[in-house]
Design a protein around this ligand. Structure first.
Ligand code: HEC
Length: 112
């Protein structure tokens, strides 16, 4: 009995830390989305004339690889964003690398 309680506590702990990490990821993604270029991605993407980023990501029409490529290379009116993302305070504080930062941003947009 004692042992199974210990196991249960262990499982609960693992589940809790997993969800805390997921929360941290979404929180960082949100900060990037709201603060990139000082005005956030939404100034350009939550308006009708530009790609509806949130809808595209949610609908699975913009995969993670394409998303990353546009952030790294820019495209037309879309500025290169990766340096701006890496300068974000929340990203620096968490010690995220580029992959982790792009993941966080992508997951946040998916969850919006
Ligand atoms: C100055 C306005 C502006 C800002 C700020 C901006 N974008 Fe964009 N973005 C655009 C425009 C315009 C396009 C369309 C470019 C084209 O296809 O010619 C675009 C395209 C994209 C695409 C490609 C969409 C597709 O359909 O393939 C992605 C991904 C993207 N932006 C992500 C972001 C993210 C993430 C941020 C914040 C870090 C951001 N953008 C900030 C203007 C902006």
């Amino acid at each position: 009995m004692k042992k199974s309680l210990g196991t249960l506590a262990g499982i609960v702990l693992i589940a809790l830390s997993g969800s805390a990490l997921a929360d941290e990821q979404l929180e960082i993604g949100k900060k990037i989305y709201e603060r990139a270029f000082g005005r956030g991605c939404g100034t350009c993407h939550d308006i009708a004339s530009n790609p509806q980023l949130t809808e595209l990501v949610k609908a699975g029409q913009l995969d993670r690889a394409k998303f990353e490529q546009v952030l790294k290379e820019g495209r037309g009116g879309m500025p290169k964003a990766i340096e701006e993302i890496m300068k974000n305070k929340a990203v620096e504080k968490a010690g995220y690398g580029e992959d982790q930062a792009v993941d966080a941003l992508y997951e946040y947009i998916k969850s919006k």
